[in-house]
Design a binder for this molecule. Structure first.
Ligand SMILES: [Zn+2]
Length: 199
């Protein structure tokens, strides 16, 4: 079983203060979170730079990801190293993800920029049911949505600065490889966890 943060922004998002170097140092220092998906807004540059820095450590995994600004709201695609052009319709972004064997996650469905109930009619693979930038009620609605459409629920910090890091994580019954993590999220072998406050 491994623990990963599936939603985090680097400076390449334009609205985050987290540099790839800082992120890799923090990940290396963390006692049990060993993987992170870089989900910058509409760019993979932060992923490429973070992956390069993390390659110095055998026990860390950087997952490729994107948070795409679609016309209907935000969409996360994990496991692709190409990006679609924006602006884009939600349905086209999902088609892009499927064509590139990406995993489709609906982030913060009930927060601002969330796609809400539209998630029910998409071919999403997972719902983000725990995001600290959403309210407890919005997260509860997200959990109910995931249950209603029988999709796995994952957690992501949506961190844009140091104090937002590692507050939640996703446990996956998987090996520390991109393929194993994405495959086991698809199979629902996941749990969204709120980290207990430290010290
Ligand atoms: Zn985000």
């Amino acid at each position: 079983m491994i623990r990963v943060d599936l939603h985090l922004h680097t400076i390449f998002s334009g609205d985050s203060s987290l540099t790839p170097k800082f992120l890799v140092n923090q990940l290396h220092a963390h006692p049990f979170i060993k993987g992170v998906a870089i989900t910058d807004h509409n760019t993979l540059e932060g992923y490429f730079q973070t992956r390069k820095l993390a390659s110095a450590y055998e026990d860390l995994l950087i997952l490729p990801g994107l948070e795409i600004s679609t016309r209907e709201g935000d969409l996360i695609i994990l496991g692709v190293d190409e990006k679609p052009r924006v602006p884009i319709e939600l349905s086209s972004a999902i088609e892009f993800a499927k064509a590139n064997k990406g995993l489709v996650v609906i982030p913060h469905p009930y927060r601002s920029l969330g796609i809400g109930k539209t998630a029910m009619t998409t071919k999403a693979d997972a719902i983000e049911v725990l995001n600290p930038t959403a309210t407890p009620n919005e997260n509860m609605l997200a959990r109910n949505l995931a249950k209603a459409i029988s999709l796995p629920g994952i957690a992501g910090t949506d961190a844009h600065d140091p104090k937002e890091m590692w507050t939640v994580y996703t446990e996956v019954e998987a090996q520390l490889t991109i393929h194993s993590i994405l495959d086991n999220i698809r199979k629902g072998r996941v749990k969204a966890v709120a980290a207990s406050p430290q010290g």
